[in-house]
Design a protein around this ligand. Structure first.
Ligand code: PEP
Length: 257
């Protein structure tokens, strides 16, 4: 049984004081739910203060991006070495980075290598756009994204994969549990083809795209879905907590069956 994961991507939201308030609202209760891995990914500016607040708790910390160079004249960028001091995870290849910052498969690949090089665990995001979905190209697109992201990389230990259909992110229009389950099963099968079935058995693959406290049950009841990458709803303590609680109950029940 894979330990489920709920990760919160705060995106470009929260000042330092807002981040502190949000963590204080949910930290104690989140900490108590130990059957689910909880990861929060605040903006770079809040990583250090949030790290202090969650120290000694079961909550893990992630960044939302990194640059692949170690250091140097790259004004405004944040290097893997800087993040390795602060957090355990880093989101790589989020569709908003691909869409607004022209991140290609090649760049995603370099970022994964850079993260792994300093011991950061990547949360690799992949997913198709609406027109690709409507043209029946979902499997082709996620396969291409996986292959380009992972070229030349040994199995990334501790990593997570998030299947995030672009049309479901921030739109309030989530995929159905069945759709997401099928695609995630396909992704798992593809990764097993790359690295072997045994090694990928522990890999946790999350669904992301308009997950809320209201629809979380539908996703967590699916056997291939090991958790969620949550955007908007992770900015509300009660929503995020409820998603984590529901995940703990449902996955606990499924594992006892
Ligand atoms: C995300 O940012 O990865 C995401 C899934 O966002 P939302 O939950 O808001 O759709």
């Amino acid at each position: 049984m894979r330990v489920p994961v709920i990760a919160g991507n705060w995106k470009m939201n929260t000042t330092v004081s807002e981040a502190i308030k949000l963590v204080n609202e949910m930290c104690a209760q989140l900490d108590k739910i130990t059957s689910v891995d909880k990861i929060i990914c605040p903006p770079f500016t809040s990583l250090a203060p949030v790290r202090e607040l969650i120290k000694g708790s079961s909550i893990k910390l992630g960044a939302q991006n990194l640059y692949f160079e170690e250091k140097g004249a790259y004004t405004g960028e944040i290097s893997p070495v800087m993040l390795a001091d602060l957090c355990e995870f880093v989101i790589i290849g989020h569709s908003e980075r691909r869409q607004y910052f022209n991140e290609t498969g090649e760049i995603v690949n370099k970022k994964i290598q850079a993260a792994l090089g300093v011991g950061l665990k990547p949360i690799l995001c992949i997913g198709e756009r609406l027109e690709e979905n409507e043209a029946g190209r979902t499997e082709e697109v996620v396969t291409e994204q996986l292959c380009s992201s992972l070229t030349g990389i040994n199995y990334p230990r501790g990593w997570l994969v998030a299947y995030e259909p672009v049309w479901a992110i921030g739109t309030g229009k989530a995929a159905t549990g069945k759709q997401a389950n099928e695609t995630i099963g396909f992704i798992r099968h593809n990764i097993a083809k790359l690295y072997g079935k045994e090694i990928t058995q522990d890999l946790r693959i999350l669904y992301g795209g308009s997950v809320t406290a209201e629809n979380a049950t539908e996703f967590m009841n699916q056997p291939e879905i090991d958790g969620a990458l949550v955007g908007g709803a992770s900015l509300k303590a009660d929503q995020f907590l409820s998603i984590v609680k529901q995940t703990s109950e449902i996955k606990g029940r499924l594992s006892r069956k």
